[in-house]
Design a binder for this molecule. Sequence first.
Ligand code: ADP
Length: 483
Amino acid sequence: MSKVSSKPLKSKPPQINIALEKYLSILNFAPEPILIADSQIKIVYVNPAWEKLTGYKSREVIGRDPKILQSGKTPRKVFNKLWQSLRNNIPFTTEEVIDKRKDGTYYQIHSTFFPILENDKPLFYIQIQHDISERKIQEQTQRWVQNLVQMSNDAIITVAPKLKITSWNPAAENLYGYRAEDIIGKSLKTLVPKNKAAELKRIYGDIDSKFVNFETERLTKDGRLINVSITISHLLDGDNKIIGYSVIHRDITTQKKLSELKNEFLSVAAHELKTPITTLKLMSQAHIARIKRYGSDQLKLDELELIDRELERLTQLINDILDDTRVESGKLFLKLEQTNLNKLLVTVIKKMALLTRKQKIVFIKPDKKIAVIIDQQRIEQVLVNLLSNAIKYSEPKSRIEVGAGIEKSKALVWISDQGQGIPESQRTKIFDRYYQLREKNSRGFGLGLYITKQIIDQHKGKIWVESRKGKGSVFFFTLPLKK
Ligand code: ADP
């Protein structure tokens, strides 16, 4: 409108006459903001809806140029088109115009202009505004929500009241394996395993509660059962009538599995810790009893050795638990220093050889010295873990070898045993938290290799195992070389 004023029409400014005023009183009740300007583009009338939209009172604007609403934010071409049309005395609806209220805030409108003609000359211009700010916000919000739904990691599904699927986001595609075009229109029952069928009736039948959250199982396209946490809320129309449900599915399979493993771990841990403690307690009780009876007692060497072994085992178990919590809270820090790898290997092998009289540990000495940048204590721990496993999972009199070399600008260490080997399907899993292959056989927590891998990862190295069933396993890991 403001642009119109910059090109004044040349007719004489007419006044609103009494007859017209009568019609104007009708406009006072119109819900749309309406402005009337004379042929000189001076405001002669605004209705209450216009006052409400702009914040100006009628008396403040009568006689003024509608330019006062100009925000400077509307593209020039919008006004050019308007002006062209009005010059030809043709009604015109503008594209989006951004105007400014009295308080300086902006609003967006479409306006329709009607020229009122007399003898083919414009007498008045009536401008009816359609405030679109709110619609605009709604559109933006809708776009924003759509984006959120598209990007969400949770499966977000909407269903009609009779549970026909009406929308299906990419996360739902990932979780269930159905593509949107294949599942939209089908029933939500497609995802429900037979033994949970009653659940649908119970939950969706309960229309009183506006929001439901529960954990259950669902079925993927390829027939897998997955654990999900489901949140259902009503979709309501303007009259609060239920027009469907939004259903959010979060995959909690891993979470569930981990919490089961953790529980299992706690019971194993308690049991494992109790065993050495029981031995120590029995020994101390026997010792006390002997002192009471004979006045004195002497601990024999083999008893002391047993105490030492049990204490060592306790310490090891407790250290594993501590390291596990360190890894979990991201607090496994390294103290990196330059180290002679050959020397470190020899030291650890000597130490471990003292602990096993059963197997022979052989060091395959590299041709030259290998200097690495590592946390010595942590890598010693890795070697101890791998060697303990090699001892634990192979037969007496078999041979364990340790070797090192340089490969692809990294130091490579390997430890081989002639034990039972590890089936191919388990070779990556053994590095998982709490994972144990042969529960009866092993006396740890399934934490050793997990922590080992975390330490190697921290060194930006890799760890893997090669194995042949019944022929033994070779564990490899890499470490950063000194540059
Ligand atoms: P654990 O405390 O059970 O020893 P680890 O994390 O050290 O836990 O090892 C995980 C599993 O990997 C073990 O339960 C064992 O079955 C298998 N494993 C580890 N090292 C070897 C090996 N050298 N030979 C055969 N199996 C092994």
